[in-house]
Design a protein around this ligand. Structure first.
Ligand SMILES: Nc1nc2c(ncn2[C@@H]2O[C@H](COP(=O)(O)OP(=O)(O)OP(=O)(O)O)[C@@H](O)[C@H]2O)c(=O)[nH]1
Length: 381
């Protein structure tokens, strides 16, 4: 039996099975199996999918954003507006047949924006180029689900269903669960809240089905079985919704769409809200910009380094040069992350947006060296 048939069988069995106490473990296991097969479906080697057809775009820049939506919603038009790339836009469907990358420059960061071919119903099962589109989208740090505002009622539920089937979640926060696979020690399960959907036995069953026999699980939120499976698979993506063509709908409808959660309304035609869209992309990518400074000089506010939220001084060192953290002694930091300005901090200090960092010392040299973006200059100081 092929993967698609197996998926259909399990879906049928889930819908046949009555939901009650006696069937809850059986259902939990079926859901775990279903999620496993759906992941396999996206792996070309296992599902016999096509390879090397122009979808292997090099990841570049500080983060990657993928545009996903039905044909002709305006994805190529948006890419052309926000980046200097040219992607063919047309009034007929499927103008984009492959994946076209562009670059948004914002706040000193280079954000890669991918224009993907329009998705059609049944994409999760491999219809059209759906499987490849979804596989690329999953490599992105943020997915923008783009919808035609004039067809919002039909498009949104259909696309959401396709994306849900491949583990892409809309409008949901990542479940608050600590999960770590270990080398030994069995499964340790704890929770800090009362759980109404999940229990220890269910967790064991699901983990065993994934052949995980040693792990630490700490649940900090009343999550469902599906959410726990999301945590185990660990590759779920969380996305934002963007309605284009708002120039073609009435004010009341626009107001309704604009108030949907995690939603941005834009018009590529009239350049409406595009700046706000970029601001929101930046915000959701959770990137920080930090500045470096030489002793006795002003910080280099034109340069700056882009790092992810919750990065430490060690990450900054890595961003400058791989060997820097090995020779590190301490850094002086000015900004929101410190109590005093400047404050002497170690490698594990978590930095905040707009922090200024200076004065990393080399242990073996006993002299102060500044963090500067050009590693070759390190030798001169
Ligand atoms: N009214 C209006 N039309 C738009 C807007 N944005 C794009 N369009 C038009 O919508 C049509 C489709 O645009 P594309 O950018 O090719 O759409 P796409 O999603 O890339 O299409 P595929 O490549 O087929 O997936 C074009 O005729 C655009 O001019 C908008 O904001 N308002």
């Amino acid at each position: 039996m092929g993967i698609l048939e197996k998926i259909t069988e399990i879906e049928k069995e889930i819908s046949r099975t009555q939901k009650n106490k006696a069937t809850e473990y059986h259902l939990g296991l079926l859901k775990a199996k279903l999620a496993k097969y759906r992941v396999q479906l996206l792996e070309p080697s296992k599902s016999g999918g096509a390879k090397g057809d122009g979808f292997d775009v090099m990841k570049s820049g500080d983060a990657r954003v993928a545009l996903i939506g039905f044909p002709s919603v305006g994805k190529s038009t948006l890419l052309n507006k926000l980046t200097k790339t040219h992607s063919e836009a047309g009034a007929y469907e499927f103008t984009t047949l492959t994946c076209i990358p562009g670059k948004i420059e914002y706040n000193g960061a280079n954000i890669q924006l991918l224009d993907l071919p329009g998705i059609i119903e049944g994409a999760a099962q491999g219809k059209g180029r759906g499987r490849q589109v979804i596989a690329v989208a999953r490599t992105a740090d943020l997915i923008l689900m783009m919808l035609d505002a004039t067809k919002s009622d039909q498009q949104r539920p259909l696309l959401e269903r396709e994306l849900e089937a491949v583990g892409i979640r809309l409008n949901t926060e990542k479940p608050n669960v600590y999960f770590k696979v270990k080398k030994g020690g069995g499964i340790s399960f704890n929770s800090t809240v009362k759980l109404t959907y999940l229990n220890e036995k269910m967790v064991y069953h699901i983990l065993h089905d994934y052949k995980i026999f040693n792990a630490e699980v700490l649940v900090r939120q009343d999550i469902t079985v599906d959410e726990f499976i999301d945590v185990v698979l660990g590759n779920r993506k969380y996305i934002k919704c963007c309605y284009n063509k708002i120039d073609s709908i009435v004010m009341e409808e626009l107001d309704r769409l604009a108030h949907e959660p995690n939603t941005i309304v834009i018009s590529c035609e009239l350049d409406l809200n595009l700046d706000y869209l970029v601001e929101q992309i930046w915000k959701h990518l959770n990137l920080l910009r930090v500045y470096t400074k030489k002793r006795g000089e002003f910080p280099d506010f034109d340069g700056g380094l882009i790092v992810r939220k919750n990065s430490t001084v060690e990450h900054v060192c890595h961003a400058i040069h791989r060997s820097l953290s090995e020779e590190f002694r301490y850094a002086l930091v000015w900004g929101v992350s410190t109590k005093h300005n400047p404050q002497r901090v170690g490698l594990s200090h978590v930095i905040e947006d707009e922090d200024v960092i200076q004065g990393i010392c080399l242990q073996n040299r006993k002299e102060e060296v500044n963090i500067i973006s050009d590693p070759t200059v390190l030798l001169l100081i």
